[in-house]
Design a protein around this ligand. Structure first.
Ligand SMILES: [Zn+2]
Length: 559
């Protein structure tokens, strides 16, 4: 872990062989970076520690400290003179040393996204905070009675009376009508801010600062659309028959409220699969520890610093944090011995090993996952194992009979889950792109056109409501949703490469990765150690021999 990776070494050697020691601009940039690191390192560390503390105590004063430090960091990156300096460096074309050029790129993007003028930024933050608050306080109504999100979910999961389902679904959409006007104003404000920085709209600005571009994403999503078109239609037809049967309606009468959540983004639980019994008598922390040790990525040091069990006031969810980019990596969980938390601890430890096994010789600014979706991919790659029948058999000592039973149900379930999510992610990507391109168009029809095209869900007759606005992600995590899908695609691409090229197996039928140290070593070398030394697509190409492609996701879950 402390040795210079070969990839980094190559960059150093090449730049020396070329006979070009650092030029004046490169030396100047290096000085800037050194000062910058000294400035941000302590704030980042303190902010991460404060956030860790706040999540563990739930105290308002601890959260205030987090906001304060976040603001301090934002202040650093909003400096206009420094941004101008980086812009000029970039345009000079004189920064040729690969590692320096990468740091320049990363810095430039970090400054770019913080160049929105303070007044404009305040308007944006205030409005999005207002909408977020409206979301958290709004309650839909059924026959005049207020209902909670959980009550709505419960009805959509179990009710067989179509009228009652419809009422619950309508209640879930009322928040959309309540926030839509504000949300359109917010989109326009974000666009104005982006246009001042020279971008077409906020969507293109966001993609650019995340080192992504519309053309590349269009290509990936377009390919995924084509490859999943027929299999999704077939799978959905089976599902529709079951759903229609359950509610005593004809298949062609199915409406959005016949699916089991307000957006048809989750798998309706119509096929039996209950894996919890397999985990009840086990210690999932011990299973995770043993598994990661077996693939040569030990996690004991991470777990010692982590906070794993429920406690009053503690954040009820789960996350991973890299406190200092020097090895202090922690996860927060609320473990119970069931399948959900097995998946979650494997997932969070996936993030954690990525952070923990960066090469410490890589410059600080590049010592992090190259993209949010690449670390999500690693987390998903490991999280998927909690339902993998081979993994379960080996880790939980199941009989062949038990394994066969799980196999049948879980394959079907995994396929449904992935296909339903993929088609839903296409709706989100496509709609959000159009939303920012022209917020004045008829968004309500655009939404249903998009839903019909990708999810094959009928639009309710004469529906003219902003149903799209009921999705909170447009407000709180703009232009980000597509990354969840890219994460799934990369997880499958890595899986394919590991099975056929690293472990050199004939098929992935018996693959569990249990005690496969070769797999862990490959991920550490090719993905974790280089951090952000290469653009994400270059990292993927260097690791797997191909740019990011949806074909292995399709191979794993569709064919
Ligand atoms: Zn995650």
């Amino acid at each position: 872990m402390k040795t210079l990776t070969r990839s980094v070494m190559m960059l150093v050697i090449c730049s020396t062989l070329a006979g070009c020691g650092p030029n004046a601009q490169e030396r100047e940039l290096q000085r800037f970076i050194t000062t910058h690191e000294e400035q941000v390192k302590p704030i980042m560390k303190e902010a991460n520690l404060a956030s860790w503390k706040a999540s563990n105590t739930g105290k308002a004063e601890d959260y205030d400290r987090v906001s304060e430090l976040t603001l301090q960091l934002r202040h650093v990156y909003s400096n206009t003179d420094e941004f101008a300096f980086l812009k000029q460096m970039r345009e000079s074309g004189q920064v040729k040393q690969a590692l320096l050029a990468r740091q320049l790129e990363v810095l430039y993007n970090a400054y770019l996204e913080n160049q929105i003028e303070p007044e404009m930024l305040k308007k944006i933050v205030d409005l999005s905070t207002k909408i977020e608050k409206d979301f958290s306080t709004f309650r839909g109504t059924i026959e005049g009675e207020k209902v909670t999100d959980n009550q709505i979910k419960q009805i959509l999961k179990t009710e067989t009376d179509s009228t009652k389902r419809k009422e619950a679904w309508l209640a879930s959409k009322q928040v959309g009508a309540a926030v839509a006007d504000d949300l359109i104003r917010l989109v326009k404000l974000r666009n104005q801010a982006a246009q001042k920085l020279g971008f077409d709209n906020f969507h293109t600005l966001s993609l650019t600062t995340g080192e992504q571009d519309v053309k590349e994403l269009d290509r990936i999503f377009g390919e995924l659309y084509e490859l999943t078109k027929e299999p999704f239609a077939k799978l959905k037809a089976d599902l529709d028959r079951i759903l229609a049967d359950n509610c005593g309606v004809a298949v062609n009468e199915l409406m959005p409220w016949h699916y089991h959540d307000p957006f048809f983004q989750e798998t309706p639980m119509v096929y039996e699969l209950d894996l919890d019994a397999n985990y009840e008598s086990k210690d999932i922390k011990e299973l995770a520890t043993r598994f990661y040790a077996g693939i040569g990525l030990p996690v004991s040091a991470i777990l010692r610093r982590s906070d794993l069990y429920e406690r009053e006031g503690k954040n009820p969810h789960a996350f991973c944090t890299d406190i200092d980019r020097e090895g202090d990596v922690r996860i927060l969980c609320n473990l119970k011995n069931n399948e959900y938390w097995m998946e979650t601890i494997l997932h969070e430890l996936g993030h954690a090993v990525y952070d923990r096994y960066h090469d410490l010789e890589v410059p600080f600014l590049l010592r992090r996952p190259v993209h949010a979706f690449t670390t999500e991919a690693i987390a998903m790659f490991f999280g998927r194992l909690s339902r993998n029948p081979v993994w379960m058999q080996q880790m939980l000592d199941l009989s062949d009979q038990q394994r066969a039973e799980i196999e049948e149900a879980s394959a079907k379930y995994a396929q449904l889950k992935q296909l339903i999510f993929a088609r839903w992610a296409m709706v989100m990507y496509e709609f959000e792109k159009q939303l920012y391109a022209n917020p004045d168009r008829d968004l309500n029809s655009l939404w249903w056109d998009t839903v019909e095209k990708y999810q094959l869900v009928n639009r309710p007759p004469h529906r003219e409501q902003p149903d799209w606005a009921a999705k909170i992600h447009f407000t709180i995590a703009p232009c980000y949703y597509h990354n969840y899908m890219l994460g799934e695609l990369l997880a499958s691409q890595l899986h394919h490469h590991l099975v056929y090229d690293v472990l050199k197996l004939e098929s992935d039928e018996n693959v569990s990765y249990v005690r496969q140290a070769k797999a862990g070593k490959f991920l550490a070398k090719k993905v974790f150690e280089p951090g952000a030394v290469y653009h994400w697509n270059e990292m993927i190409e260097r690791a797997t021999g191909e740019l990011l492609t949806p074909k292995y996701f399709v191979q794993q879950f569709v064919e």
